[in-house]
Design a protein around this ligand. Structure first.
Ligand SMILES: Nc1nc2c(ncn2[C@@H]2O[C@H](COP(=O)(O)OP(=O)(O)OP(=O)(O)O)[C@@H](O)[C@H]2O)c(=O)[nH]1
Length: 307
């Protein structure tokens, strides 16, 4: 892996990508939540499968607590090192892309409560690279049952055939448990690809993923990609729109050449706003009371049905 990523070259990057700790995960402008603090706090607020016995009780309690909530849940899944934790931390914790070089591999499921207000609340669950559906301590049925959206991350710089196999397994299992899950495929790490190669990769992933589903008799399940390849990666039409339920809609957009996604909303003002806080605040504009006060819907509002 190159040491350059996110526009900055880090001294020693590449030589040692995993020093023991990185800095704060909590962004001062995000509403404080006990589950969004330092790395230590963050780690405590996780649960796992296939762990040491003495950790098991605690993990089960965490799991029970996490499942016992009405908050919409987004799962981040994909192969090891595909960039799941980076997406989560850049989007929701304002970590800089270059800092993600130092992220350690996730070996537990990390759940993250995002609570911007009483109106917009949801959980992001970041999974370790290789979820073992056959591990008896991993109750995937229970997890999928309460899931609103599943984001599958694919590393575009890697050979993605294995990722496609894993995507198929994951989506077909999840769909059988809960056909209402919103599936999103993020072809990630496109910064290393030329524009043509990027579009080609996205199309190929899309085609193969849907062909696999059709072959498995799941043609009613058509996967959408974050990018449709029809225009620039930075067009606002290339937004990933994740509807978690009837009231919460997330918008994820690739805005820099290097990484990834920021939440974006122009729900009410028509003026794009970047950053998780702004979208979460703006998402509140979608409340029925607020909508009643607002004027004619923007094109994005019409597109998303959030009018
Ligand atoms: N070039 C490039 N590298 C990225 C991008 N996003 C993440 N990375 C790097 O990819 C590596 C793996 O990122 P992680 O976020 O830890 O990946 P993960 O999927 O959570 O990995 P596991 O925890 O092992 O499942 C890190 O070194 C990141 O800096 C990107 O958009 N472009």
């Amino acid at each position: 892996m190159s040491g350059q990523y996110g526009g900055e070259t880090l001294p020693g990057a590449g030589a040692n990508l995993h020093p023991p700790h990185h800095t704060l995960l909590h962004h001062p402008h995000l509403p404080h939540h006990p589950q969004l603090c330092t790395e230590e706090d963050f780690c405590k607020d996780s649960f796992s499968f296939g762990v040491d016995e003495d950790e098991e009780d605690e993990d089960e309690e965490d799991m029970a607590r996490a499942l016992d909530t009405d908050k919409p849940r987004i799962l981040l899944m994909g192969l090891r090192r595909s960039g799941k934790s980076s997406i989560q931390k850049v989007v929701f914790h304002k970590m800089s892309p270059s800092e993600t070089l130092f992220l350690e591999s996730t070996n537990k499921i990390y759940k993250d409560d995002i609570s911007s207000s009483s109106f917009v609340q949801f959980q992001i669950w970041d999974f370790p690279g290789q979820v073992d559906f056959f591990d008896p301590t991993f109750d995937y049925e229970m997890i999928f049952r309460g899931t609103g959206a599943l984001i599958f991350v694919i590393d575009a710089q890697d050979d993605y055939m294995e990722a496609l196999g894993r995507l198929h397994l994951t989506v077909s299992r999840a769909y059988r448990v809960n056909p209402h899950i919103n599936f999103e495929v993020f072809v990630h790490k496109v910064d290393g690809l030329s524009d043509d190669h990027k579009i080609e990769t996205q199309r190929d992933v899309h085609q193969r993923a849907n062909d696999d589903l059709t072959d498995a008799g799941l043609d009613q399940l058509h996967l959408r990609l974050k990018e449709d390849g029809s225009g620039s990666a930075y067009d606002k039409d290339s937004l990933a729109i994740i509807k978690l339920n009837n009231t919460t809609v997330l918008y994820l957009k690739e805005v820099t050449k290097f990484l990834t996604l920021v939440l974006w909303a122009e729900l009410c003002s028509g003026v794009p706003a970047h950053g998780v806080l702004s979208i979460l605040q703006r998402a509140e504009c979608c409340s029925p009371q607020r909508r009643a006060r607002d004027r004619a819907p923007s094109s994005l509002q019409r597109k998303t049905g959030c009018v």
